[in-house]
Design a protein. Structure first.
Length: 302
């Protein structure tokens, strides 16, 4: 079977993004060109690599096998590049990480400003994904490390503390709950919710908390970012749950936040990696910087 690296890169992007269109956007490649590379791979393999459905694609068993090997190949390329760059005088190379929306927008800009000032020769590749996707990408060696929230104790990964988010109930200012000092999550489950997409850590935490009391969330709308939650809640389409950092002061004229009286509402953001000791030098330097005391203080208040 003949496989060229660019076709393999397109293939892995399709697997990770879940659709040909999304992968084409990420790679800045015409959809027709990406489709031809996938077709050529399937022709050479003599078997379909994807199941096609109306919402995208998912790999067949053959596709899963190819993806596993592809991730190993790209990991080896990155390792070679990084290790050789360390001999050129000063630490060079690049770090690839995948992070949640909260980490990317609210915490990392300032933290990475300090890191890049101290390490100007290290290049950073970073993208935003849901927590579940980030964990899979770390497990498969797609990224050097990730920043997300996970409560899966079965993971064979290293978890390091990064930040601590406090989750709050968000309601319109004229909502009956707006005057409450605190509230139990179970009290809210008769109302419609505006929730985050599946795979997001907030969605996972809330779904599990509802199941723990034998209930289900009434998810009227699901969105992909905090601004959309705020806008939908302010329009009276449901109530929501957001981290304090996702409820900026300028929203106080239309939204109220209510303290969630639940232990799980303290949501830790964690640095997730496979093997800290075996990590390439640029990535180790970044993890060390991000886990220093001044960057990992709890950032919530009651």
């Amino acid at each position: 079977m003949h496989i060229d690296i660019e076709s393999l890169r397109v293939f892995t992007a399709v697997v990770e993004e879940g659709s040909l269109a999304a992968a084409s956007q990420v790679l800045h490649l015409a959809a027709s060109a990406a489709s031809k590379r996938i077709s050529d791979l399937e022709r050479d393999a003599g078997t379909p690599l994807f199941y096609r459905h109306s919402r995208g694609v998912r790999p067949t068993p053959a596709g899963q096998t190819l993806y596993r090997h592809a991730r190993h190949i790209f990991e080896q390329f990155r390792q070679i590049d990084t290790e050789l760059s360390e001999y050129t005088g000063g630490v060079r190379g690049h770090v690839r990480l995948s992070v949640t929306f909260t980490a990317m927008v609210h915490y990392l800009p300032e933290d990475l400003r300090h890191f890049t000032a101290a390490n100007p020769e290290i290049k950073i590749e970073m993208d935003e994904k849901t927590s579940d996707t980030i964990v899979r990408m770390v497990e498969n060696g797609v990224v050097d490390f990730g920043i997300c929230t996970t409560t899966d104790s079965s993971l064979r990964l290293t978890l390091l503390p990064y930040r601590l988010d406090r989750l709050y109930l968000v309601v319109p200012v004229d909502h009956p709950y707006a005057t409450r000092d605190r509230i139990r999550f179970e009290e809210t489950l008769d109302l419609d919710y505006v929730g985050m997409q599946e795979g997001a850590s907030i969605h996972t935490l809330c779904t599990r908390a509802a199941e723990a009391v034998g209930r289900h969330m009434k998810l009227r709308i699901q969105v992909t970012n905090f601004e959309a939650v705020r806008n939908m809640v302010a329009a009276g389409l449901g109530i929501g749950i957001l981290p304090e950092i996702g409820i900026p002061p300028h929203e106080r004229g239309r939204l109220a936040k209510v303290y969630l009286d639940e232990s799980w509402a303290d949501r830790p953001l964690q640095i997730v990696c496979r093997d800290l000791e075996g990590m390439a030098m640029p990535a180790r330097l970044m993890v060390d910087r991000l886990t220093r005391a001044e960057f990992s203080l709890p950032l919530h208040s009651r």
